[in-house]
Design a binder for this molecule. Structure first.
Ligand SMILES: [Mg+2]
Length: 387
């Protein structure tokens, strides 16, 4: 049995967990000569990037994958890296490799009749604590209170908020507002719930401000971890922060490659290595990082705030290792989580089960892919994507 078909589908959808803002992804479908089908995702973000990734998958990477044995995923992964040694190394190429790799693991598991975690390790899967993860309504503390109280009412015992629907007033841009937002979250969830706060990208903090804010927030809110208070390349800043506070520090979600994550791991400045399988070279690349983090005694966390494919891939990785703390879920039903697959991943009483079916363990409804698919012709006439 060999890989017979590789197709890419740019999709866009309104994200209810982000005030209905349009997000876009690139989904990949792989089919073998025996008709086994697997799906993967690249968390591309911008619509033009989703379209470009789809083009690259079908025209540049598919020829590398076609005709190969579906069981040789790490070999195919390396072949894709070798074929893009010049034009890859992050960005659109790595999005494409990530989505193809995820789909290949889905195919491989389905062909073997096993969930992906069983192909990675012999660890028995255990339920993972579920964390309600959302964008903060930084301009409306009452709404924050209502939303976070609602998450606890749904059963969540861990919550995370970050950024902001309006990026001009996002979390991280104003110290007094940041503290007020943190207090509103804590008051809403009560004392027994783990709270994570996530600083908006490009907030521009330095180590001194990160230390001040981390101490203040941990004192007034109590933090399970503090996320992305500094730019990822500021390793020295993270080391200064880590030396000054007891709070768990998490970063990494923008990373593409094991070499980048290894620098974070070796820095001694990070407690939780964040990565996204739909960006960090798929399941094959992510698994390397997770094992490396585990060897250093560090936890990892899946970013995976995207489709059910990314969540399922993350849960398969979580099931294969002991250094997973939680799984972030979107607390409000979302098209790419709850419509895309016929067996959506949901928490019950604060826990999420690892899908036990073959492959990633989620079943894609292809009519939903067609419904949300978009093409270059669907972009604004100006040619500028709106998200
Ligand atoms: Mg984050």
């Amino acid at each position: 049995m060999t890989i017979a078909r590789v197709q890419a589908f740019p999709v866009r959808y309104p994200e209810p967990n982000n005030d209905g803002k349009v997000r876009s992804l690139c989904l990949v479908r792989i089919e073998t000569t025996d008709g086994v089908v697997g799906w993967g995702e690249a968390i591309t973000g911008g619509q033009a990037v989703s379209l470009a990734t789809a083009f690259l998958v079908e025209r540049h990477l598919a020829p590398v994958v076609m005709g190969r044995d579906e069981r040789d995923v790490p070999v195919i992964w390396q072949a894709m890296r070798d074929a893009t040694y010049w034009d890859g190394n992050g960005g659109i190429v790595t999005f494409g490799i990530s989505a193809i790799d995820m789909a290949l693991w889905d195919v491989s598991g389905r062909a073997a009749g096993l969930p992906v975690h069983a192909l990675l390790s012999d660890r028995a899967p255990t339920p993972v604590p579920a964390c309600a993860s959302t964008i903060l309504a930084t301009g409306d503390l009452e709404r924050i209170g209502d939303e976070f109280a609602g998450f606890v009412a749904q059963g969540y015992r861990m919550v995370k908020g970050g950024w902001g629907h309006d990026l001009s007033i996002a979390f991280g841009r104003d110290a007094a507002r940041d503290l007020a937002v943190g207090r509103a979250v804590r008051e809403a969830v009560g004392p027994g719930v783990a709270v994570i706060l996530d600083v908006v990208a490009l907030a521009g903090w330095d180590a001194d401000h990160a230390i001040t804010m981390c101490r203040a927030l941990d004192e007034t809110v109590g933090l399970y971890w503090f996320e992305d208070p500094l730019p990822e390349q500021d390793i020295a800043g993270y080391q200064a922060l880590r030396a000054a506070v007891e709070t768990r520090i998490c970063t990494g979600e923008k990373g593409w490659h094991a070499v980048h994550f290894q620098a974070l791991i070796d820095s001694g400045a990070v407690d939780v290595i964040m990565l996204d399988p739909a960006k960090a070279e798929g399941i094959t690349g992510s698994w390397q990082v997770i094992r490396s983090a585990a060897a250093a005694g560090l936890a990892w966390n899946a970013h995976a705030w995207s489709s059910a494919l990314d969540t399922a891939a993350s849960l398969q990785l979580a099931a294969a290792t002991d250094n997973t703390l939680l799984m972030e879920l979107k607390p409000v039903a979302s098209p790419m989580q709850d419509e895309l697959v016929t067996n959506p991943i949901r928490q019950v009483d604060g826990w999420v089960q690892v899908p036990s079916g073959p492959g990633l363990g989620v079943e894609v409804d292809e009519s939903v892919v067609r419904r949300y698919r978009f093409t270059e012709d669907d972009l604004d006439r100006s040619g500028v994507a709106t998200a």
